[in-house]
Design a protein around this ligand. Structure first.
Ligand SMILES: [Zn+2]
Ligand SMILES: [Zn+2]
Length: 174
């Protein structure tokens, strides 16, 4: 989905649409249902300002139990989109670098890539199907969310070990 920069009105416009994100654009996860996109674009010469809201779901694999689960995404972004030759000609100011800036080439913005990049940012490094996912039993390999295999496991998770009762210390002075 390529948008010609020259066709973006200087007064700006907004667009609501659904988009199935091409799998090759996603670093992680599977997008199997379309995303709801609200996109606002505004142009000043070659510079484009984009504001967008992305809502949808990505299928991820839980980093603890390896089950597939649905991860909800609902986020807003603002980015500046500049022609890529600005980079070569060092027209990109320090201020531009501080803002979220992306680049377009051949006078066209790849909207699908723009949206996919925003989804990629939101996908956690170690996704969890639920915050208290019990993971896989290292003894028998059972998914401990589904099966209580009864194996005792030393807590590897610091949160779990914090829950262990603190050994009683005899207070000599009492
Ligand atoms: Zn899990
Ligand atoms: Zn087990």
């Amino acid at each position: 989905m390529l948008l010609e920069v020259g066709k973006i009105s200087e007064r700006g416009f907004s667009l609501d649409f659904q988009m199935v994100v091409n799998q090759r654009y996603l670093v992680e996860g599977k997008a199997d249902s379309p995303f709801d996109i609200h996109l606002e674009l505004e142009r000043k010469g070659e510079r484009v300002k984009s504001r967008s809201r992305v809502q949808g779901k990505v299928k991820l694999i839980c980093s603890r139990c390896a089950d597939e689960f649905s991860y909800g995404i609902d986020s807003e972004f603002s980015v500046d989109i500049l022609p890529v030759y600005y980079l070569r000609e060092e027209k990109v100011s320090l201020q531009d670098k501080e803002l979220d800036t992306i680049f377009y080439k051949d006078g066209k913005i790849d909207i699908e890539k723009l949206i996919a990049d925003q989804i990629n940012i939101l996908i956690p490094m170690k996704p969890l199907c639920k915050p208290d996912c019990k993971g896989i039993c290292p003894v028998c390999g059972a998914n401990r969310n589904k099966v209580d295999c009864g194996h005792k496991i030393e807590a590897l998770n610091p949160k779990l070990s914090q829950l262990k009762p603190i050994p009683e210390v005899k207070n000599g002075s009492a």
